[in-house]
Design a protein. Sequence first.
Length: 579
Amino acid sequence: MRWSLPKVAVSTELKPNSWDLALIPVVFALLALLAYGAGQMVTPYDVGAPLPLSLDPVNLPYYLLRSALRMAAALMASLVFTLAFAIAAAKVPALEKVLIPILDILQSIPILGFLSITVAGFIALFPGNLLGVECAAIFAIFTSQAWNMAFSLYSSLKTVPNDLIEASNVFHLSSWQRFWRLELPWGVPGLVWNMMISVSGGWFFVVASEAITVSGQTIMLPGVGSYIALAIAARDLAAIGWAILAVLGGIVVYDQLVFRPLVAWTAKYKTDSALGEQQPESWVLTMLQRGRLFRALARLPGAAWAGFTGLLRRREARSDFLPPPARRLILPAWAERAWDALLLAAALAAVVQVALFVHASVGLGEIWQVLLYGLATSVRVVVLIALASLVWVPVGVWIGQRPMVAQNVQWIAQFLAAFPANLMFPVAVMLIVRFDLNVDVWTSPLMILGTQWYILFNVIGGASAIPRDMKDASDNLGLTGWMRWRRFILPAIFPSYVTGAFNAAGGSWNAAIVSELVSWGDTTLRATGLGSYIAKATGEGDFPRIALGIAVMCLFVMGFNRYLWRPLHTLAAERLRLD
């Protein structure tokens, strides 16, 4: 009898209720789709053999499934990378010296540059199998998502308010406990919003990742991106309309099954809430919380994690977050200067190697011409970021201060952010040709179509995180109009804005590759810029010119990061904190 009561309790808790019965078919349907789509990714394949593709809209649900699975795989890889990178960079000063410059370099390399290097490697890993090409496409989507998420979490970990840190010290939390109970929860809301925009960025580059052209070899994987590429080549407006509906369907599914539950879940991590303020809701999260079986299953990972963290805390004599070897990585000033010199020497050596490789096939005159192309593209990026900031900062603040509005417009913003710029190429080409417009000017808006939303999403997240007591204080001081914006709102959202503008600028450089060289059927328009130069070289498989274009783009992007975005981020972290 002593053991019968726990058995009865456990069996009662695991007995499904009506909520479980409603969710179980949905879960099994998702698992079946996952298994079917994953099975299609590992079919035999010979490089060079065309895969069957059709513009028949009947095939779009299958193509959407394949694209959605690639997006999900890339998102999971991006999340793992984000946690490892942000924690290491924020917690270990010596690693921060290395990782942040590496992030600048990786973000500056265009997606087509990654594809040029990695496709052959992934195919060699899985010879005679489609999985190699699938991995290359997933990696390309990963490169459009990971850098934004990593920098967002890193920025959040570096800008935790000092009063909250002091409160954790009052409660005698160890570094390990402070990380899991304060620092990571502080960064979770911003990370979720940046996950949304990262997925949107993945949809934006889905054409480049699924319709791969490298060294004259074209590989088109079944997916929405390849469908869009075929529709543009065939000048089929009806197919483009079906593609828009398919992308909209994919965004709605992601919003309902992934992001809306995450936004509702992260509401508990807000620093404060106004009395009677409506909280975001999700029918999926509600069903999971009310289902008896799913609620019991959800406690298993938490129990396993609690046991793991407890074991680590017992084994750490000083109860610090970092193990002793990591603590010793905090270098003295002279060692940091030596490390900086070593990094500079390595960078110069890499530049020399690239220069020798390029100079063997490209003359000095063309190198100077490509530098001028980079200057033209940089002017476009600066002007577009400034214009997007003027538009979306006020809109983001207005939405962020109204939680229910933010929840209702969330999926609309995701759709606009995910809307592939390639679908606007037909309109842009026809209007430019019809009215004889300047190609260099009127193709520029295509660069910002998918990247301006980084600013909007980050400003919404920053505005929604402003503490209630700061809002009350600004009201009590009678701050109104421009004075309120200058003294209160802009400083409060500045860290979030810097993160959004930084990622929007990096995304715009990438978008230049598909926006400065646009086509509709047999009509092709080429703007003067670095993006069109790289796109043309990539299509021709001209590796020396691809390397030159990527090197020049890295030079410009790293220059902007070093002399503009990094000082602004330091200003946000040191002077404009929510303290």
